[in-house]
Design a protein. Structure first.
Length: 578
C-alpha cells in the first residue's frame, strides 16, 4: 500500500441530487490533469448488494462495468470524465460490506471476537477503499458518499474517513461538502441556512468541511459567501460557487476558474506534477454549447412508471454518448423521448426526425410500438441505431416483415413458432431457481467484425481499436474465455459491454442472412456457439441501419466517443430533411 496516499471525501448536504457525482468526477478529472493517478469510489449506503435489481425509474440507470458489475450511474460519470475503465469494486454498498463481514464471521476469521458495528464495519469499508486504490496504484482516491449528511446509514462511512485520517495523517484527507442554496420565489433571496445546518450535521461526526461547493440556480454572491465563511469557519476562497450550467462537462473548467485543483492539492500537501492540457476538452465543451448544425433524434422507449428520477436519468449513458459523438462533429443533438406504448395505437407513423434510436429494455410493455418504429425507420430510410433490445426487436421486425416468419422473442411469447430471439440453455437453469441478481450476460465481451461492413469501417478508425485488440488477445491467451483464432492484420476485434439474457437464435441466422440482413460481428464461445453482436443493412439499401446486442453507450467518453454513435449522428446529419 502507498504510504503517501491521499483521500478526498465528497459528501452532500441539504438534499440528494445536488451534483455530488459530477463534483467527484470533476475533481478527479482536474487532479488527473495535474498528473496524479486517480481512483474514484462511489459509496451507496443502501443494503442492496448492487444496483442490478434496482428499478431505473426509481434510482436512475444501472451502469455496467467492464468486469460485469451492475452499479450506480455515478460511476458512468467517473468514466466519462476520467476516460478510464472503472471496476465494479469501485462501488461499495452496505450490502457488500455486511456480506463480507458475515462470511468472515461464519468462517471463524474473527477468532472468537465479538463482531461489532464499530470497529468492524469501518474496517471493512477501509479495506475495500484501499483494495481499489492499490489495484489502480492511486495517488489520490476521490470518494463520493451517497445520500445526504444526517442520514443514519452514512455514519459508518464517516467513521471510516476519520480512521483514514488517523492512519495516513491529517493532511491526507480533505472533505468537500456539496450543498444547495435555494432561492425563495417570493423573497428572491438565496438562502444559506440549509448549508449552515448541513455543516453542523457533518461536524457532529467530528468532520469539518475544507471546501463547500455551493450549488444553486445562480452564482453565489459575496455577502452569502461571507456568511458561509463565518459559519463554517473556512476561508471565502474555499467556498466555491457552482451555478446551473448548460453542460456538465463545463463543471471542471468552472471549478478551475476558482483554482479548486491547486487549493485541494495545497490542502493535501501536494504540488502539481504537470501543467494541465485541456485543449481537446475545451473544444468538445464549446462544441456542445455552440453547435454548428442540429439534428433531432427520436428515442423510442418504455417511459412509464416514472418515479423519483426523471426519464433522462434512466437513459443517461445513451444521452451522454449522443452528446460525445455530436461534440466531436460540432452537431447539436436534440433528443425527444417517445413512449412506445403510444405508438402502438397509431396506425401509421409519420414523425419528423433525422434518426431513430431504440434503447435497451425489458418486458412486454410498448414492444409492438418499438417494432413499428423500427419498421418505419427501415422502410422510410431513416438512420436507425438499435441497442440490445433494439437489436432483438429489429431482428423480430425483419423476420416478420421480410422473412415471413411468425417471429417474436421468447421473453414475450414462449410459445411463438419462430423464436428468433431466445434464451440460452444455461440461462433457463438460472431462471428456474429465481436467481435474478447478476445472472445476465454481463460485462465486456469480444466481437470479431465482418470485413467491409459499416460496423467494421466505424471501428477501424476508432482511437481505442489498438487497445481493445491487445486486451482481447491477452484475455484470449490467459483465460481461454472465448475463441479468437489467429487475428490477421486487418481483422478487427473489439470489446463492448453487455447486460441481457436473450440472444439471436442461431437457428435463424442463415434464413435472415439469405433475406439480406447482415450479421456484422459475432462473439465466438468456447463451446463453439456464435453469439450475434451486430446487425446491419447494406449501405446501398439504407443510409444507416445498425444495431448491436451490446451497450456501446457504456464505453463512450467525452474525449473518446463510441464509434457506433459517431456513425449514427453523422448519418442523421447527412439524412437531415430541413
Ligand atoms: N430484455 C432483453 C434481454 O434480456 C434486452 C436487455 C437489454 O436491452 N439490456 O435480453
Amino acid at each position: 500500500m502507498k504510504k503517501e496516499r491521499k483521500f478526498i471525501l465528497v459528501a452532500g448536504g441539504v438534499m440528494s441530487g445536488v451534483g455530488k457525482g459530477i463534483t467527484t468526477a470533476s475533481i478527479g478529472k482536474i487532479l488527473q490533469d495535474y498528473g496524479f493517478k486517480i481512483s474514484t469510489v462511489k459509496i451507496d449506503p443502501y443494503i442492496n448488494y448492487d444496483a442490478g435489481t434496482l428499478r431505473p425509474t426509481e434510482h436512475g440507470e444501472v451502469f455496467v462495468t467492464y468486469d460485469g458489475g451492475e452499479i450506480d450511474q455515478d460511476l458512468g460519470n467517473y468514466e466519462r470524465f476520467l476516460n478510464k475503465k472503472i471496476s465494479k469494486d469501485n462501488n461499495i454498498t452496505t450490502g457488500k460490506v455486511y456480506k463480507t463481514i458475515i462470511k468472515k464471521e461464519r468462517a471463524g476469521e474473527y477468532l472468537g471476537k465479538t463482531v461489532q458495528f464499530i470497529p468492524h464495519v469501518p474496517e471493512e469499508i477501509i479495506r475495500r477503499i484501499n483494495l481499489v486504490a492499490d489495484k489502480e496504484d492511486a495517488d489520490i482516491v476521490v470518494i463520493e458518499l451517497g445520500g445526504t449528511i444526517g442520514d443514519f446509514e452514512n455514519i459508518p462511512y464517516l467513521f471510516a474517513m476519520k480512521s483514514l485520517e488517523k492512519t495516513f495523517g491529517k493532511d491526507s484527507v480533505t472533505y468537500v461538502l456539496v450543498t444547495y442554496l435555494p432561492v425563495l420565489q417570493n423573497v428572491g433571496e438565496m438562502k444559506t441556512k440549509p448549508t449552515q445546518q448541513s455543516v453542523r450535521l457533518l461536524s457532529q461526526n467530528g468532520i469539518y468541511p475544507d471546501f463547500i461547493i455551493c450549488r444553486g440556480r445562480e452564482e453565489l454572491d459575496e455577502p452569502r459567501k461571507k456568511k458561509i465563511e463565518v459559519y463554517a469557519n473556512i476561508p471565502t476562497e474555499n467556498v466555491i460557487s457552482a451555478p446551473d450550467i448548460k453542460t456538465i462537462y463545463r463543471v471542471p473548467l468552472n471549478f478551475e476558474k476558482e483554482d479548486l485543483g491547486k487549493k485541494i492539492l495545497e490542502k493535501l500537501n501536494l504540488k502539481p506534477l504537470k501543467k494541465p492540457e485541456r485543449k481537446f476538452w475545451i473544444k468538445a465543451v464549446n462544441n456542445i454549447e455552440k453547435p454548428k448544425n442540429k439534428i433531432k433524434i427520436a428515442m423510442v422507449g418504455k417511459y412509464v412508471d416514472i418515479g423519483k428520477y426523471s426519464i433522462a436519468d434512466s437513459y443517461i449513458s445513451i444521452i451522454e454518448a449522443l452528446k460525445h459523438a455530436s461534440a466531436k462533429f460540432n452537431i447539436g443533438v436534440e433528443i425527444e423521448m417517445i413512449d412506445s406504448k403510444l405508438l402502438e395505437k397509431n396506425k401509421s407513423l409519420n414523425f419528423n426526425f433525422d434518426g431513430i434510436l431504440i434503447p435497451g429494455g425489458f418486458g412486454a410493455s410498448g414492444v409492438e410500438g418499438k417494432i413499428k418504429a423500427i419498421e418505419y425507420a427501415r422502410k422510410d430510410k431513416i438512420p436507425f441505431l438499435g441497442l440490445c433490445y433494439g437489436l432483438q426487436l429489429a431482428v423480430v421486425e425483419y423476420s416478420r416483415n421480410i422473412c415471413n416468419l411468425k417471429a417474436h422473442t421468447t421473453e414475450i411469447n414462449k410459445k411463438i413458432p419462430d423464436s428468433v430471439i431466445d434464451v440460452l440453455p444455461e440461462q433457463i437453469e438460472i431462471l428456474k431457481n429465481n436467481n435474478y441478481g447478476a445472472t445476465m450476460r454481463l460485462g465486456e465481451y469480444a466481437a470479431i467484425l465482418k470485413k467491409g461492413s459499416i460496423v467494421y469501417e466505424l471501428y477501424k478508425t476508432s482511437s481505442r481499436l489498438k487497445k481493445d485488440k491487445s486486451e482481447i488477445e491477452s484475455i484470449a491467451k490467459s483465460e481461454q474465455k472465448f475463441r479468437l483464432g489467429k487475428l490477421k492484420k486487418d481483422d478487427i476485434a473489439i470489446l463492448e459491454r453487455h447486460r441481457h439474457r436473450y440472444e439471436v437464435n442461431p437457428k435463424y441466422t442463415e434464413t435472415l442472412e439469405k433475406h439480406g440482413l447482415i450479421f456484422s460481428g459475432y462473439h465466438h464461445r468456447l463451446d463453439n456457439i456464435k453469439l450475434m453482436e451486430f446487425i446491419e443493412l447494406p449501405k446501398e439499401k439504407h443510409p444507416f441501419f445498425v444495431a448491436t446486442q451490446a451497450h456501446p453507450e457504456f464505453k463512450s467518453t467525452l474525449l473518446k466517443p463510441s464509434p457506433l454513435f459517431e456513425g449514427f449522428v453523422k448519418a442523421c446529419l447527412r439524412n437531415k430533411k430541413n
